[in-house]
Design a protein around this ligand. Structure first.
Ligand code: PMP
Length: 449
């Protein structure tokens, strides 16, 4: 029997803490595609942790690189100093980034990457003498982390309403989810690219376009339920941003590092943004790290604008480019390349798609949407309990089926490590199918974000 745990002190993030205490779910070990629970059960990881462990858990090369670095140099500042691994990590990232995004600013997670990118955008316009560009544009149901910048451009009421006004001057485009027209689309939805025109029709005309600094979007809105861009949508955003001198930021915290079978979603869509925010798969999640990939000439503008010997951009974190994170990043990039994991994701995605859509027609399944190695399964909600059905499926998958899934409202989101094989894909969707077939009226479970 595992030791009972003391749940009295840890305030759990994005968790129904009181409900959790009643029956704690504990992960105690991990390897490859699996977690092990504290009571020794093996759990198939259908979510790559939190969309992050792309090469599978405890990859020996990444573990060894971290151990080696921890024994060589634990910490070194990157303010007016440097260490070899951080330059190596930036070079490795630039080598897989879309063309032109050659500069890398390191931070510690996705939230910091978003706030950093927004600050780069605002400062960039200012250093070029275009300082009236202060407005930012995000989207409804966008998730950009929990910093004040991120919750301002994000479009999730629950993340904002308790915290007062975050940043002024933010507009939100409508999200493109349209189950009415696009239900059970395989891959990109056909309908809805015109929603990108809102940027021009509504926002640019509502404000003087020369006051808009940047538009930030997730190529796929992950955390709010796998909302895919309709065909042509991101291309339209790029065209409108170009027309009005607005920077386009892709938040690729989820879509980066092979999730769609390419290094970044930008490559998949053939749309090059001005900046990319990333984290998670950046180190295969073994050490926290985030980064912003920045267009070379944006960086160069800062260099040219500041006087010789001056600090060009007043921003940074104690742990920007932390040696352990940098070592994990370099190792993760090597592993992705050596094991061909992005190509593997591309070649496995048709099987994943077919397995996802096999759920169509099962009780309560309202929509299935997928791209690359990510999918969302939207369920009919229990009236008055808009998160209960999917959460109940999550609990049954965890306790009864040995499978980890993720839910947001009544949407199940799956994003397994890219090493998943066909029998494991069958196990994952088979478990969900079995639970849905046996689903009875939902007990009174409490909800999570
Ligand atoms: N942006 C996106 C698109 C995300 O999905 C997330 C996290 N899921 C974040 C930002 C925030 O990342 P973090 O939790 O590492 O701060």
């Amino acid at each position: 029997m595992p030791n009972p745990i003391n749940t009295e002190h840890f305030w759990m993030p994005f968790t129904a803490n009181r409900q959790y205490k009643a029956k704690p779910r504990l992960l105690a070990g991990a390897s490859g595609m699996h977690y092990t629970t504290d009571d020794g059960r093996k759990i198939l990881d259908g979510t790559a942790g939190l969309w992050c462990v792309n090469a599978g858990h405890c990859h020996p090369k990444i573990t060894a690189a971290i151990q080696q670095q921890a024994g060589t140099m634990d910490f070194a500042p990157t303010f007016q100093m440097g260490h070899p691994k951080v330059f190596e990590a930036a070079t490795a990232l630039a080598s897989i980034a879309p063309e032109g995004l050659n500069r890398v600013f390191f931070c510690n997670d996705g939230s910091e990457a978003v706030d950093t990118a927004l600050k780069i955008a605002l400062a960039y316009h200012r250093v070029r003498g275009d300082g009236l560009r202060t407005r930012l544009v995000g989207r409804e149901r966008g998730y950009h982390g929990v910093g004040f910048g991120g919750i301002a451009v994000g479009g999730i009421a629950g993340n904002r309403k308790h915290f007062g006004p975050a940043l002024p001057g933010v507009d939100h485009l409508r999200h493109p989810l349209d189950i009415g027209r696009n239900a059970f689309s395989k891959g990109l939805p056909e309908h809805g690219a015109e929603l990108a025109d809102e940027l021009e029709q509504r926002i640019v005309t509502l404000h003087d376009p020369s006051t808009i600094a940047a538009v930030i979007v997730e190529p796929i809105q992950g955390s709010t339920g796998v909302i895919l861009p309709p065909k042509g949508y991101l291309q339209k955003l790029r065209t409108i941003c170009d027309k009005y001198g607005i920077l386009l930021i892709f938040d690729e915290v989820i879509t980066g590092f092979g999730r769609l079978g390419t290094s970044f979603a930008a490559d998949f869509f053939g749309v090059v943004p001005d900046m990319i925010t990333c984290a998670k798969g950046l180190t295969n999640a073994a050490v926290p790290m985030g980064a912003v990939l920045v267009r070379q000439d944006i960086h160069d503008t800062f260099m040219q604008a500041a006087p010789e010997n001056a600090i060009e951009f007043f921003h940074g974190y104690t742990y920007s480019g932390h040696p352990l994170a940098a070592a994990a990043c370099v190792a993760a990039m090597d592993v992705y390349k050596e094991e061909g994991l992005f190509d593997r994701a591309a070649s496995m995605s048709p099987y994943f798609e077919q397995a996802a859509h096999s759920l169509k027609g099962l009780p309560y399944v309202k929509d299935v949407r997928n791209l690359g190695m990510v999918c969302g399964i939207e369920l009919e909600s229990v009236p008055g309990k808009p998160t209960a059905r999917a959460f109940d499926v999550f609990l049954k998958c965890f306790w009864e089926k040995g499978v980890l899934i993720r839910t947001t409202n009544d949407i199940i989101a799956l994003s397994p490590p890219l090493i998943i094989d066909k029998p494991q894909i069958d196990q994952l969707f088979g478990a969900i199918a079995d639970v849905l077939k046996a689903e009875k009226p939902v007990p009174d479970v409490k909800t999570v974000a």
